[in-house]
Write a protein that binds this ligand. Sequence first.
Ligand code: PLP
Length: 438
Amino acid sequence: MKHENDPLAALWMPFTANRAFKAQPRQLKAAKDMHYTSDDGRQILDGTAGLWAVNAGHCRAPIVEAIQKCAAELDYAPPFQLGNPRAFELASRVAAIMPDGIDRVFFTNSGSESVDTALKIALAYQRARGEGTRTRLIGRERGYNGVGFGGISVGGIVNNRRQFGTLLTGVDHLPHTHDLAHNAFTRDRPAWGAHLADTLESIVALHGAETIAAVIVEPMAGSTGVLVPPIGYLEKLREISSKYGIVLIFDEVITGFGRVGGATASETLGVTPDIITMAKGLTNAAVPMGAVAVGRHIHDAVIEGTPDGIELFHGYTYSGHPLAAAAGLATLELYKSEGIWEHAASLHAYWEEAVHSLKGKRHIIDIRNIGIVAGIELEPRVGAPTKRATELFHKCFDNGLLVRAAGDIIALSPPLILEKAHIDEMVGRIADMVETID
Ligand SMILES: Cc1ncc(COP(=O)(O)O)c(C=O)c1O
């Protein structure tokens, strides 16, 4: 066994059909700006910003240089009882671009850790303010909140849950907002569906507000296939959670850093939660890092409500890692100096028009968009759901375009440095390829 000579055998790949991949591997060996280079030397237009993450484009010089400089200067510093200046500076920079009132920042290494951290902070807050009976957590069907036990418990994707036992207890779910009968081919936010937030009232009526700590939703559900929030929906969630003392958490791991407009979807959509989770675009994905931005009232209740000593028994060896902080600082600077979010926003209308031009093409039963995000839903093949989108993903990749298949939905979320020609190329390639699959 030790002399196995298949070089792909040892790696157990995440969220991958390992046998299928290893029978027909596709690898990326380099990247620059809007493109990947495949291991067979082809240029692949990146229609997904890696995994909703590389918002400033690939291998950008200022980020590369900041990481290199930091690696030579300070490789690592323990974050417990000690600090490193870049982490403090990045926390201040992140706080400055959060909505008003959300200005304390806890660092993690991923979106999943950000979600579990946010849930723990919400529980600690309720306890600190004398509401320790509030332990119940509310998520949403079709939510993707990462893969920690907290995240899959509040998340609502059956395949991410069914292999893993009982999960957290005391969790309930809101209904998702996806409904083709009412909302197919809506541009931006659909008019139908705000009333689905009222289920939070029903959950309160069922369990009692004094048992509920927090509710977590993605403002725009990305991984489950681009579910854009109905007009008025997030506002209702805000109103009901405030009314009953429930902490409202927006999982902005995908929607932050210019993806739907401003620094956060909260800002762009005009609804301020109590806690915001982030990752991905924070460092342009160049070094793993996540963060949780916390409302001042929550932070202060935990910090001031605790006797001397450690206030929150939580943290990671790599919280605020110098390399990640260096990457984060350079990334935020680049977004600003190049006006990347404004540039992307100037293309929103063009993007919307272009992706909706795919209406009427073979298999396509819905198209959704917000910011520089699109979801193109394919009719599932009878008896073989998800296969059609997987085939389209492969066809596109083999023809120079990276898209993401989520169930039977193709998701697009390219780097925000894109130009109109890239949009035309993406849409044209999908139009051609979708005709070639059964
Ligand atoms: C909304 C949301 N939350 C959490 C996560 C998990 O992030 P990570 O894969 O960095 O753990 C993701 C990943 O796509 C996400 O989209």
